[in-house]
Write a protein that binds this ligand. Structure first.
Ligand SMILES: [Zn+2]
Length: 757
């Protein structure tokens, strides 16, 4: 379900200059042993990696996609069970142990969806996506989920309509200034600007009784490119489904936070599940939105609020009322995780978990089967390698997660079910979601950053023949590419950007809740499309507008498999803490700057309010309310945090210096060190969790409360400051400082265990 920042396709890209960059640049010095390996171990590893990289096959990836995305296969469907059983069979054929792990979760499905405009120009919304004659998959009559927002409350409301732009916090300030209230109204918001669940959440906080979310053609329809079937973008009746469960609080089954949804589990009453949205919410197409928007009266919206429809966008409220009725069957459905293992030869208790979800809202060819299809080729290759005699030192756990779309259900329930094992010896979780043509993106735990960079330097980008690393670095330099940016100094670092982990895909249960180091990887950014979470995300669309030849699917299987092999085979797992230390420093610098900026902004606004400037500047014929006064953040004391970071920095340097000799340690010492490395991120957890969300325990990154998918870094302190809770910010500063001090001590201990070589 992850929606990435996607940049416009490079039309006339300077392929020639990139290629010359590739030729001139030194690629990889293969005479140097790989990090974490002895010289002999490194040579053996390189030879196994070369054998592995020859195995993934594009045709098989394409076949996987056509099979898994051949029919609608949402949670609980017969097609999804058939997919699960097929996956188990494949893994077994490839020499893996494989099984289905089932969890029974709250999974509402719609019974009634009604939306109509009353008044002089009545309109009844279609709320469905018609077949596309050219796309045979859309003619499939097997059961599919109609467009709906899962985990929104039932309701039957009739009220005036108000347009709220993206429905984010700042949009409500604009509404207030224009004297428009959403109290008792139904809001209509366009998709974009932030995670979809924030729209009903903020609407309800402001007193709205219902929420409509539509796809504006400016964002992913005709404003962005030709529409289906002439081009890849969203057509008039295309709808984006999606979950509105508030996964910033906790992910997984809304009724079982913190524990697995297995028989006998303690479950909340539905009314007590805070992640469920309190107002009825429905996603619609722009075709259905247009008559509703046309009913709005009142002032014209500012330029940044305008979409791509040929009409004047107004705030509302409408005089004509809108009627919205949602009724769901609040039953339980099975979530079927397919989990396959390849046992490690030396440290079988240490787990390397690799996953991609396989449930789709409808066919889900791009999201998520493009990633899942490539992952399967990676797994087949590793199985084949094992048949040739390759033995990973550590246990590989490959997972096809079910129920990611509704709320990261399968991965979270599995992580909660195996929390004890994962806490003791879960070394890393490597996630992917959709994959496509373009740039390599990686984010997550910085302890694995250098290793991932090493692998990216060795893989070749098929379009330019530069290394995957150079291509991504070039994209960053040119302001393109995939993934979130690092706040400070990224351009000067000898690494490709490694953004923080937010939420929006299956790593949340691992990193946010359990502190298992996690990385999220994939290619993308070149093919654009407007099929996200619609019935038009089919293999036909993929083959017509995206990477039909699966060139990047194959590259992804090779890249991800190589990353897995490096962690699984190394004499000493290839972690490095200098990037962690640098990154935390970057986050802290960014936080300090933000405090200053908030102070300046608050002082400026409060001065302007006092002077009466807002009133005097008004157009008397169309006056605006002044904005509210802002709380001025007090000067924050960063001394303890700075001291903790200095300790972390020196520990990281000590470990980096000591670790060069580590691969040659005697076996017993190496194993003890590896056990320590596997759990190296655990000191960064807070036992109590973040304020107001005890399930989210990681102190470096969390899904942002008001950004949703986007990560908030140093979230305990940062969100308290942003929300004006300054005492809490001070308390959280202590919690963070202690955690970083503990992390530093932990790394220092690892370094001293290696000893002087
Ligand atoms: Zn997805």
């Amino acid at each position: 379900m992850r929606r990435l920042a996607v940049f416009p396709a490079l039309a006339a890209i300077a392929v020639g200059s990139l290629a010359s960059l590739a030729q001139s640049a030194v690629r990889v010095d293969t005479s140097k042993p790989l990090t974490g390996f002895t010289a002999a171990g490194s040579a053996t590893e390189r030879s196994w990696e070369a054998k592995f990289q020859a195995l993934p096959d594009s045709k098989r990836i394409s076949d996987n996609m056509h099979l898994l995305a051949g029919h609608p296969h949402n949670v609980g469907s017969d097609a999804q069970r058939a997919n699960a059983e097929w996956l188990v069979k494949q893994y077994k054929n490839w020499g893996w142990e494989a099984k289905i792990e089932q969890f029974d979760v709250l999974y509402p499905t719609p019974k009634v969806r009604q939306l109509e405009l009353m008044g002089p120009k009545p309109y009844k919304a279609r709320l469905m996506e018609p077949e596309v004659p050219e796309d045979p998959y859309t003619h499939d009559k097997s059961p599919a989920m109609p467009p709906y927002n899962i985990y929104a409350a039932d309701g039957d409301v009739t009220a005036p309509l108000v347009y709220v732009n993206y429905g984010m916090k700042s949009d409500y300030e604009e509404l207030d200034r224009n004297g428009v209230s959403v109290k008792g109204a139904i809001v209509i918001s366009r998709y974009g600007g932030g995670w979809r669940g924030l729209k009903p959440k903020l609407a309800a906080m402001h007193g709205a009784v219902g929420c409509i979310i539509y796809s504006d053609p400016a964002d992913d329809g005709y404003g962005a490119g030709e529409t289906i079937p002439a081009g890849p973008m969203r057509p008039q009746w295309g709808v984006q489904r999606g979950s509105v469960a508030d996964t910033t609080l906790y992910a997984g089954d809304p009724l079982t936070p913190g524990v697995a949804s297995v028989p006998g589990a303690k479950r909340l009453a539905i009314a007590d599940a805070k992640v469920i949205m309190p107002i009825p919410t429905i996603p619609i197409s722009w075709g259905d939105a247009q008559p509703l928007l046309a009913s709005l009266e009142g002032r014209t919206v500012p330029a940044t609020w305008r979409g791509g429809l040929p009409m004047t966008y107004k705030f509302g409220p409408s005089v004509a009322k809108t009627h919205l009725k949602i009724e769901s069957d609040w039953g339980t459905k099975p979530v079927l995780d397919v989990v396959a293992t390849l046992k490690g030869s030396e440290e079988p208790d240490t787990w390397i978990v690799r996953g991609n979800h396989y449930d789709g809202w409808v066919n889900g060819a791009d999201d998520p089967i493009s990633g899942q299809s490539a992952l399967l080729e990676e797994a087949r290759g590793l199985g084949e390698l094992a048949k040739q005699g390759w033995k990973p030192k550590r246990t590989l756990v490959y997972a096809a997660w079910d129920g990611e779309e509704p709320g990261l259900l399968g991965s979270t329930e599995w992580a909660e079910a195996h929390a004890d094992e994962l806490t003791k010896h879960g070394a890393v979780y490597i996630n992917s979601d959709e994959n496509g043509r373009g740039y390599f993106g990686a984010s997550g735990s910085q302890s694995y950053e250098l290793m991932v960079n090493d692998v990216a330097r060795e893989m070749t980008d098929p379009e330019t023949k530069a290394s995957v690393w150079q291509r991504q670095k070039a994209a960053q330099t040119a302001g393109r590419g995939r993934g979130a940016g690092r706040p400070e100094g990224a351009a000067n670092r000898e690494t490709i950007e490694f953004g923080p982990a937010g939420s929006g895909s299956d790593y949340a249960g691992f990193i946010d809740h359990l502190g298992v180091a996690s990385i999220n990887i994939g290619f993308g950014g070149e093919d654009r499309g407007g099929t996200y979470h619609s019935a038009y995300d089919t293999p036909w669309h993929w083959d017509t507008f995206a990477d039909k030849e699966q060139v990047y699917g194959k590259l992804f299987a090779q890249t991800a498999g190589t990353i897995v092999m490096r962690v699984a085979d190394a004499d000493v797992m290839p972690l490095n803490f200098t990037e962690l230390s640098l990154t935390v420093k970057g986050y802290a610098d960014n936080l300090k700057a933000e405090v200053k900026q908030l102070q300046t902004e608050a002082e400026r606004r409060n001065r302007a309010l006092k002077s009466g400037a807002y009133t005097l500047a008004n157009d008397p014929k169309m006056p605006m309310q002044p904005p509210p006064a802002l709380p001025v953040p007090p000067a924050m004391d960063f001394t303890a945090l700075d001291a903790a970071m200095a300790k972390l920095d020196s520990a990281a340097k000590h470990y980096a210096a000591a670790s060069a000799g580590a691969p040659a340690l005697p076996a017993a010492k190496r194993m003890a060190l590896n056990n320590g490395l596997a759990t190296a991120e655990r000191p960064l957890l807070s036992e109590e969790g973040l304020p107001g969300r005890p399930w989210v325990k990681h102190l470096l990154y969390a899904p942002g409360t008001y950004t949703g998918y986007g990560a908030s870094t140093l979230p305990g302190v940062r969100e308290a400051i942003e929300d004006g809770r300054f005492d809490e910010a001070k308390q959280q500063m202590v919690v963070l400082g202690n955690a970083l001090t503990n992390e530093a001590a932990y790394i220092e201990k690892l370094a001293s265990e290696i000893g002087v070589q």
